[in-house]
Each structure stands twice: as structure tokens, then as C-alpha cells.
Write a protein that binds this ligand. Structure first.
Ligand code: HEM
Length: 341
């Protein structure tokens, strides 16, 4: 009965594979390897790492475009976030990949460098387009938060929307997860790829040298210092400042409690998680039943020195470790996994 109601298989199967001959062009690869004339020792290695980076670059761009499509066509923020995270993985990897070039023999590379003047990684079109494409991923988030309204001159409305999103992640988990994925992909481009590329350039040609396009290695610092999503950064700091002000009375409470317990006149009355272990090892007398802090009643109660702990006002908004807020975030994570599947 059950299988009668199942939909029949489609007659023409979708083509889910890539055309190897068109994509890889094996003859071209063989010619590159066997027929091309490499006049410099490091030439083949240098080109392979560059071109390998550029190939991965196409995959990164594809993931980023899929993320945009998931949002624009299907309004599926969780899927978009998953695509962004896989792009971020590749960017992290690419940082390590280009670092392989530090193993070149410097003398041989410098001989090659003279001859490749006028061209450089700067010419890698896929890699060069990472930044603008990733920056454009912020637009759908802003539009969703503003409900299609205008961003206005000073972005105040958008800042308020972002603050609300970060303060109440459980209300719009898809958008929140997408914003967090933007942060991850930003770190992977700046820290994963561009910072390592800067390290590579300083390791190989030296930090005061100039590249093959006459730009200095020092100037590459801008590539990893310039943020992609400054408004997300502002949101994080604003939320921190807001909560600091709201919870000012609890500042340093955990350390104060520990300090108070440490100065307590009879520290032996305090709960020591290793008491039982010590007792078994014969290091201290076994605990008398009812003498621990949580036991309450009888003489044990008068040995309690830890001050009462006041939870922050309004349980849910408070932010103690066990608050529903934290549980909600765990649930958001689970929901996102389910949607990705
Ligand atoms: C020995 C290895 C490398 C050195 C010493 C190096 C150095 C430099 C330098 C100095 C620049 C500034 C422009 C110039 O004058 O050339 C630059 C730019 C650039 N390089 Fe490299 N690079 C190396 C490898 C790579 C690799 C493997 C890639 C991967 C495709 C790459 C991608 C880029 C990109 C995309 C830029 C432009 C950065 C921007 O947006 O301004 N580089 N590189």
C-alpha cells in the first residue's frame, strides 16, 4: 500500500556529474607538464600553486553564489549559511596552500621573479573577486532586517535591526545563523587567506621588497586589515556595552565569590570536589554525612560560608549559564543542522 503512493522515479535522470574532458582538458594538462619549456627551476611549482589557488577560487565563488541564490530564490537562510561555511573552509585551506611556496629555493625564485615582472597573483581574477562578492552578501541581510525599507543615510535603522538580531537570536534563527556565517567567512578571507598571503610574501621576498607589480609587501597589510562587515563589528561591541551597563552590579561576581571563599575563616567547611578522592587515598578524613554545603540542617548549616547567589533580574533576560537563552542557541544550532540535511 505504502509504495503505491510513492512518486515514480523521473524518467530522465538529472546530470549530476561534471564533464571531465571539458573541465580538466587532460591533453592540455599533459602538455603543460611534458611539453612546456620551464626555464627556471621553480617555475612549474610556482605556476601550479597559483593555478591551483585560482581553481579553488572558482569553487569558493560558486559556494558564495549558491548562498545568494538560497536567500534570493528560496528565502532559505540556514542553507545559505551552510554554503558560506564551506566557502570559509576553502579560504582557510587556501592560506595554507599558498604557504607551500615558502619551500622554494629563494635564489631560483628571484631569478624567475625578474622575468615575470608585470604579472602576479594580482592577476588571479577569481581570487581578486573574493572581497567584492563576499561584501555583497551583506545586502540581503540588510534588506531582510529593514523589511525592504531604505537604509537611510546613517544606517541607524539597520544598526538597530542588527542589535535586535544579536540580542534575540532565537527570534530569527535563520538570519542570525547567516550573520554568524558572514563573520566566519570574513575571518577566513582576512585571517585565513590574506594574512597568510602577506606572511608568504614577507617570508619569500622580504617585508621591505616590492612585488612583480611594483606594489610593496608592506602595502599588503591593508588586504587583511580592512574589514568586510564593519556593521557586524559595531553590533558586537554595542551589544557588549549594552549588557555591561545592564549587568553592572554583577561585574566580577564569580571572582569575588571565589576570593570570599578563599578568605573564609574555616575553609575546610567548603565543598572540595576532591574530598572523596582524598579520602580514598587516605589524605584527609572521610566527610561526615550531612556536613557538606548542600546538605543543609544541623551543624552543617552553620558551616556554610558561601554568600547567597542572586540570579540576574528577569531569568530569561539574565544571561546566567543555564538560562533559556543559551538553550535556545543550542536549539538554533540543531535546527540549522536539520535544515541543512
Ligand atoms: C612567492 C609567492 C608570492 C609573493 C612573493 C607574492 C607577493 C605579492 C605582492 C608583493 C603583491 C602586491 C602586488 C605586486 O606588486 O605584485 C601581491 C598581490 C597579490 N597576490 Fe601575491 N604573492 C605570492 C603568491 C601569490 C599566490 C600563490 C596567489 C594566489 C593566487 C597570490 C595572490 C595575490 C593577489 C590576489 C594579489 C592582489 C592583492 C590585492 O587585492 O591587492 N599571490 N602578491
Amino acid at each position: 500500500m505504502l509504495f503505491r503512493s510513492l512518486a515514480p522515479l523521473p524518467e530522465t535522470l538529472k546530470r549530476e556529474y561534471l564533464d571531465y574532458a571539458v573541465l580538466v582538458r587532460p591533453a592540455c594538462v599533459a602538455n603543460t607538464l611534458l611539453r612546456e619549456n620551464y626555464r627556471h627551476e621553480e617555475d612549474f611549482f610556482f605556476r601550479s600553486v597559483h593555478l591551483g589557488t585560482e581553481c579553488w577560487g572558482f569553487i569558493v565563488l560558486d559556494r558564495l553564489r549558491s548562498a545568494i541564490e538560497q536567500v534570493q530564490k528560496y528565502d532559505h537562510w540556514q542553507n545559505a549559511a551552510a554554503h558560506l561555511r564551506s566557502a570559509a573552509h576553502i579560504l582557510d585551506y587556501l592560506g595554507q596552500h599558498v604557504m607551500m611556496l615558502t619551500s622554494m629555493v629563494l635564489r631560483d625564485y628571484l631569478r624567475l621573479k625578474v622575468e615575470i615582472e608585470g604579472t602576479s597573483g594580482e592577476g588571479s581574477s577569481a581570487v581578486k573577486s573574493f572581497r567584492p562578492v563576499i561584501e555583497s552578501l551583506f545586502v540581503p541581510l540588510a534588506d531582510a532586517l529593514l523589511g525592504g525599507g531604505d537604509r537611510g543615510e546613517d544606517d541607524e535603522l539597520l544598526k538597530a535591526g542588527l542589535l535586535d538580531l544579536y540580542e534575540h537570536p532565537e527570534r530569527q534563527p535563520g538570519l542570525y545563523n547567516y550573520a554568524k556565517a558572514l563573520e566566519i567567512v570574513e575571518s577566513s578571507l582576512l585571517g585565513g587567506f590574506y594574512f597568510r598571503h602577506f606572511c608568504l610574501a614577507s617570508n619569500v621576498i622580504g617585508s621591505t621588497a616590492k612585488g612583480t607589480m611594483k606594489k610593496s609587501v608592506a602595502a599588503l597589510k591593508k588586504t587583511y586589515e580592512k574589514q568586510l562587515f564593519p556593521l557586524l563589528d559595531i553590533t558586537r561591541s554595542t551589544l557588549g556595552a549594552k549588557l555591561d551597563a545592564e549587568l553592572v552590579q554583577f561585574k566580577g561576581r564569580i571572582m569575588d565569590d571565589i576570593e570570599r571563599q578563599r578568605r573564609s575563616p574555616s575553609p575546610e567547611a567548603l565543598d572540595d570536589p576532591f574530598d572523596d578522592v582524598k579520602a580514598v587515598a587516605g589524605l584527609s578524613p572521610p566527610r561526615v554525612m550531612g556536613m557538606n554545603r548542600s546538605g543543609g540542617g544541623g551543624p552543617a548549616a552553620s558551616l556554610t560560608f558561601s554568600p547567597p547567589v542572586t540570579p540576574p533580574k528577569g531569568d530569561a533576560a539574565g544571561g546566567d549559564d543555564h538560562s533559556p537563552r543559551n538553550l535556545d542557541i543550542v536549539q538554533i544550532g540543531r535546527a540549522s543542522c536539520r535544515e541543512r540535511v
